[in-house]
Design a protein around this ligand. Structure first.
Ligand code: AMP
Ligand code: MG
Length: 395
């Protein structure tokens, strides 16, 4: 059986390269920029006033100066400014060519058309052309995730349709004769399907596109028909039926669809019966149906894969250091590699981890609050409340 590290390497080895798409700026939030974005003009594009005040020649600052006009943002003063003259100016206005200094209005006494400068040794208060950036400078490098500041930077250079990595397209089939939609009341041996909601929400949090989601019965023929009718997708997720029971259809389903299986079990608790397969550039996972296993497997494999597809960076989950909460109940040790869902809370700059009290891996409600995974060492090693631990923060 593969270790989680070996399983992740197998996933990485089959990860395809996604193409690009041009998106309008608001829609590009959170996406990865494909090519360097380059400044189209000097910034600022002209010498501009940094203050509300008066533009003048420093050499004539000591004498009273006549105000001969006004420069506003978007409305320059076009005439020459001689010695003994000045121009009323506002922040962002182009500085007239003959002047070399702006004096803040707070440092000036105005009498009619004349001003007297009270403080003569201040700075220029001129933002020089190109002092932020020169034309041709890279303003947002390729590979950057576009957050609000980056989108604003692209707007500032007129790049309104940036080329970004297209979202991975995922299709989700949910197997199980026992499942009913959440809005229905289960009867007899039925239970509500919570994994569809879990997967849809997790995909949304990872900038992935859910192109189709459907429930199928534990019947190979109808599942095959449903799978064949799915829209184009990069990743097929099959929930449930990933084990080797008589009614577990995920494996024969993937094989009958022409997928090659790369592994069908991982030394992992919870989440051992995890299947990974590929068909050309398409990847498929069959996830054990238990909701807790679902969440763990997504955090360890599918989430990191979605990030990798978009960034091209092989980012296995990065452990960070925290501390187990004092008096917390610890998960029981197990010979499998255990990753236990936890609540991580920042206290005085340090993450404090509380393992969730899960009745079983079928305990959907027990996952409430989960935002971290704690690797639990196999015996004879053990954990103690209050000790320092490495864990994975789950975005
Ligand atoms: P399976 O992996 O199909 O054997 O399912 C394992 C357990 O998870 C069973 O108790 C199922 O009833 C439960 N389960 C499977 N699919 C779902 C689902 N979509 N939502 C909630 N529980 C599920
Ligand atoms: Mg099942």
């Amino acid at each position: 059986m593969l270790s989680t590290t070996e399983a992740w390497q197998a996933v990485l080895a089959h990860a395809p390269l996604l193409g690009n798409v041009r998106l309008p700026l608001p829609a590009a939030l959170g996406r990865i920029l494909r090519a360097d974005a380059v400044t189209d003009a000097d910034s600022p594009p002209f010498d501009a006033s940094a203050m509300d005040g008066y533009a003048l020649r420093r050499s004539s600052i000591a004498a009273p100066l006549r105000v001969i006009g006004e420069a506003q943002a978007g409305k320059p003063f076009a005439l020459p400014v001689g010695p003994g003259e000045c121009v009323r100016i506002f922040t962002g206005a182009p500085v007239p060519p003959d002047v070399d200094c702006v004096v803040k209005q707070e440092e000036v006494t105005r009498e009619g058309d004349y001003i007297r400068v009270r403080r003569t040794d201040g700075p220029d208060f001129i933002r020089r052309r190109g002092e932020n950036r020169r034309v041709g400078d890279i303003i947002v490098p390729a590979g950057t995730r576009l957050g609000p500041p980056e989108l604003a930077a692209l707007a500032s250079i007129g790049l309104t349709q940036p080329e970004v990595v297209r979202a991975p397209r995922c299709a989700h089939l949910v197997t199980g004769n026992e499942l009913v939609a959440p809005e229905h009341s289960p009867i007899g041996a039925q239970i509500r399907d919570s994994n569809s909601t879990l997967i849809a929400a997790l995909l949304r949090g990872h900038e992935a596109e859910l192109v189709a989601q459907a429930g199928v019965r534990d019947d190979l023929g109808s599942a095959r028909a449903m799978a064949a009718a799915l829209p184009i997708h990069d990743i097929l997720l099959v929930s449930g039926g990933a084990s080797v029971g008589d009614h577990d259809i995920a494996r024969p389903l993937l094989e009958s669809l022409g997928y090659t299986l790369h592994f069908s079990a991982v030394n992992l608790r919870p989440g051992k019966p995890l299947i990974f397969a590929s068909r050309g550039n398409q990847l498929a996972f069959a996830l054990p149906g238990n909701p807790v296993s679902h969440w763990v497997v997504f955090q360890l494999f599918i989430g990191p894969l979605l990030r990798h597809l978009q960034t091209g960076r092989a980012t296995a989950p990065e452990p960070i250091t925290g501390r187990l909460a004092a008096g917390c109940r610890l998960p029981s040790p197990d010979s499998r590699q255990t990753y236990w869902p936890c609540r991580a809370t920042l206290r005085h700059g340090t993450y404090e981890l509380s393992p969730l009290l899960l009745a079983s891996s079928g305990d959907s409600g027990g996952l409430v609050g989960a935002n971290a995974l704690l690797p639990v060492p196999p015996p004879p090693a053990s954990l103690a409340a209050g000790q320092s631990v490495e864990f994975i923060l789950c975005p």
